[in-house]
Design a protein around this ligand. Structure first.
Ligand SMILES: [Zn+2]
Length: 214
């Protein structure tokens, strides 16, 4: 675990920050692929009170079922991704193929989240596009933003870091996602934490430059 800000830790689940989860206060954000759930439960037992998903795709919600079974913590999911979380069947542009490849073990959802809800000392922001119910978590006092897959900060083919659009075939509505990218850039965050790639530091300028190219 790597500390990035006050009470904020990155848990890199694969090499080169390929798949990330985050511990923010006593909340686990995302749980990686199915094999990662038990590992996270062992690592975080006693430390977490709840588990939040940025969105219901198999590389974020894959470990959730095992984690919840091991630790008994409630699961919180953006309202429009709750059904995908329960069934393990996400909506993607790839149709049946995408539903299988981005699918995961369905898991019981305890709370459906909406814009303005709070999770610990973070506020929930609706950031749809990559998935219908994708959410981000924002802490204004030190401008920390956990933004899931609204942006990628690496190429999944070369693993070279750098801001880019999320993987196209799994991004249901790219135009809606671009609106979410602009919404997050306007916050002028100092630190942005993503599902894929290293933390984005000095993020306000980088996000501003990125969305200017859209
Ligand atoms: Zn992802």
């Amino acid at each position: 675990m790597r500390q990035l800000a006050d009470d904020v830790f990155q848990i890199a689940l694969t090499p080169r920050d390929g798949v990330n989860a985050y511990l923010v206060g006593d909340t686990l954000v995302d749980a990686g692929l199915p094999p990662h759930g038990k590992r996270l439960a062992k690592q975080l037992g006693g430390k977490i009170q709840r588990h939040v998903l940025t969105h219901a795709h198999g590389d974020h919600a894959g470990g959730s079922k095992n984690l919840k079974a091991a630790l008994g913590v409630p699961l919180l999911v953006g309202a429009r991704d709750a059904q995908a979380a329960r069934t393990g069947v996400p909506d993607t542009k790839l149709g049946a193929f995408g539903r299988v490849t981005a699918g995961f073990p369905g898991v019981e959802v305890d709370t459906e989240l909406h814009e303005g809800d709070t999770v610990g000392d973070f506020v929930v922001l609706d950031t749809p596009g990559h998935s219908p119910g994708h959410i981000s978590l924002w802490r204004e006092r030190d401008r920390v933003l956990v933004a899931g897959d609204v942006f990628f900060n690496m190429s999944i083919f070369t693993t070279i870091p750098g801001l880019r659009q999320p993987f196209g075939p799994f991004t249901l509505d790219p135009e809606l996602n671009r609106q979410s990218e602009r919404k997050l850039a306007e916050l002028e965050p100092s630190l942005v934490l993503l599902g894929h790639g290293p933390p984005v530091t000095d993020a306000a300028a980088k996000l501003k430059a990125f969305v200017a190219t859209l």
